[in-house]
Design a protein around this ligand. Structure first.
Ligand SMILES: Nc1ncnc2c1ncn2[C@@H]1O[C@H](COP(=O)(O)OP(=O)(O)OP(=O)(O)O)[C@@H](O)[C@H]1O
Ligand SMILES: O=C(O)C1=C[C@@H](O)[C@@H](O)[C@H](O)C1
Ligand SMILES: [Mg+2]
Length: 187
């Protein structure tokens, strides 16, 4: 199973992803960290080569990460790539959200070239929210609750989905997608 964490910059994808991986006993990959390990600091990649170059490196890291079982934390803008959007259709996707009031303290460092202050964060999040929501199977807000509580909530959702899949396996051993509950919502 591949669980992918998406969401705005500083929503907590990296920090929560690590803890969730530990809790579920799965490997962890952070695609920003993969790019940094191979090519250096993100701010420098943006400054020297521009955003499209970064996005291409990011796409490579995402394609490799989501092809394996584990917890994958994406960079905030990775979902803009149509190939990544397609990959996420076969993963369990958790959207982490955070309210603007909680974000100020989290974006004070200079690691994020697209987010220089609260206003730029708000603009970016407003533009991306419909996309984030359309890709998500489960959403958890990280604004106020302790990380352990959020991790436990997501872990239980993952485990419940796993049990549903096991319980509803068809005779040829193929599991149904009954665990992906938000896609079955009434409209
Ligand atoms: N639930 C939480 N409560 C308080 N602080 C948190 C919580 N989750 C994350 N943080 C803090 O917010 C900051 C951003 O977290 P993190 O780097 O995990 O975000 P991210 O979603 O991975 O961001 P990016 O898109 O830039 O990779 C960190 O300083 C982290 O310690
Ligand atoms: O939201 C974004 O577009 C980004 C978020 C970070 O995780 C990094 O991937 C990079 O700073 C771009
Ligand atoms: Mg991160």
């Amino acid at each position: 199973m591949t669980i992918v964490l998406i969401g705005p910059p500083a929503a907590g994808k990296t920090r929560l992803g690590k803890r969730l991986a530990k809790r579920l006993g799965l490997p962890f990959v952070d695609t920003d960290a993969v790019v940094v390990a191979g090519h250096g600091a993100i701010a420098e990649i943006f400054a020297e080569h521009g955003e499209p170059y970064f996005r291409a490196l990011e796409r490579e890291a995402v394609a490799e990460a989501v092809a394996r079982p584990g917890i994958v934390s994406l960079g905030g803008g990775a979902v803009l790539d149509p190939a990544t959007q397609a990959d996420l259709a076969s993963a369990r996707v958790v959207l982490l959200t955070v309210r603007p009031e909680a974000i100020a303290a989290r974006i004070s460092n200079r690691k994020r070239p697209l987010v220089t202050d609260l206003e730029s964060w708000k603009r970016l999040v407003a533009a991306r929210t419909p996309l984030y929501e359309s890709l998500a199977d489960y959403t958890a807000d990280t604004s106020t609750r302790p990380i352990e509580t959020i991790v436990e909530e997501i872990a239980r959702w993952v485990e419940a989905g796993q049990r549903t899949e096991d319980g509803q396996s068809t005779e040829d051993g193929q599991s149904t997608e009954a665990g992906q509950s938000t896609e079955q919502g009434e409209s």
